[in-house]
Design a protein around this ligand. Structure first.
Ligand SMILES: [Zn+2]
Length: 87
């Protein structure tokens, strides 16, 4: 049996779907602050379909960041996504 190239999969914290890492947005939280992943903190993943569902998304972010500040989380997320597309 030939060995197939195996892509690592990660789980979306919101819907728990498993996807190849490259299809997911990697985020991290520190002291209740949402930030882009820089390799230093505990990270989590969100899939593209959850990113389109604001309510679902916010629930996951609030849980991950242990922060009730929806507006702040949402603004930060939009900032991270915009930066991500630039690079
Ligand atoms: Zn998802």
């Amino acid at each position: 049996m030939a060995k197939k190239f195996h892509q690592p999969t990660r789980m979306c914290v919101s819907c728990r779907i498993r996807e190849p890492q490259c299809n997911l947005l990697r985020l991290q939280c520190f002291n209740g602050e949402l930030t882009a992943f820089d390799g230093t903190k505990r990270s989590f993943y969100l899939c593209q379909s959850c990113l389109k569902e604001e309510k679902k998304l916010l629930r996951a972010l609030m849980r991950q960041c242990k922060s009730p500040d929806k507006d702040k989380l949402m603004n930060k997320l939009k900032e991270i996504i915009t930066d991500d597309r630039k690079s």
